[in-house]
Design a protein. Structure first.
Length: 231
């Protein structure tokens, strides 16, 4: 499902574009498909803007030309994955702890294309997938206490194959937050969390997404569809 949706996303790319290169396993497949199109000569003069150390390393390995976020005034198209997508295309991102740069890139993009498999499509955000919040290292407990006053609970994300917490590309930590009743008003929650001192950014992407491509298996055949935005 991830591969077909990654390939479908590349069909939206045109020569001469500045492209935001998302993070995560679906975005990684998209970056590999992009490299194939560039090296076969179908796409020319593409420049990528990485959203993470992961996408930067992958693009460098695959010889995709990169430019720095700070040196571009606008990105033509950003293609990224997501952890949850609701019917009005509000997202939770940050499952890979990359949502700070992902949001910066999405914000500078004329168009944000989200690529997911159908397990990511939900009616209500945060019923099961916790909201990632990037916090300054020495503020994590203070931020956790503040967030707990918002009818929610949070845990410090721990690393695999390393003792202690996940450290982000910016050198910060991640709190994963579950609201007791899910997130009903993403815009309000996004602002309220970002107002807590010590928070760098949270994984709610509100009113940023233009199009979603969803991969699913139907009658044993993988297909891609593009849902209409509701609301
Ligand atoms: C990373 C992200 C990813 O896009 C998100 O976690 C989806 O990843 P995957 O395609 O591996 O399911 O937001 O911070």
């Amino acid at each position: 499902m991830k591969q077909i949706v990654a390939d479908a996303a590349i069909k939206e790319v045109r020569s001469d574009m500045i492209l935001g290169l998302g993070s995560g396993s679906t975005a990684a497949l998209m970056i590999k498909s992009l490299a194939n199109e560039i090296h076969s000569g179908k796409l020319k003069n593409i420049r990528g803007v990485a959203t993470s150390f992961q996408s930067e390393v992958l693009a460098l390995d695959l010889d995709i030309p990169l430019i720095d976020l700070a040196s571009v005034s606008q990105i033509d198209l950003a293609i990224d994955g997501a952890d949850e997508v609701d019917p009005s295309f509000q997202l939770i991102k940050g499952g890979g702890a990359c949502h700070v740069r992902e949001k910066l890139v999405a914000f500078k993009a004329k168009k944000l294309l989200i690529v997911v498999d159908e397990t990511k499509m939900v009616q209500n955000l945060n019923k099961s997938f916790p909201l990632p919040v990037e916090v300054l290292p020495n503020a994590w407990n203070q931020v956790r206490e503040e967030i707990s006053k918002m009818n929610s609970s949070s845990t410090l994300r721990m690393a695999a194959k390393k003792a202690g917490p996940v450290v982000t590309d910016q050198g910060n930590l991640i709190l994963d937050v579950l609201f007791n009743e899910g997130i009903k008003n993403p815009k309000d929650i996004e602002m309220r969390i970002n107002n807590i001192p010590g928070v760098l950014e949270n994984g709610l992407f509100v009113d940023l997404t233009d199009k979603v491509l969803v991969g699913k298996i139907e009658n044993n055949i993988p297909i891609v569809y593009s849902p209409s935005k509701i609301g």
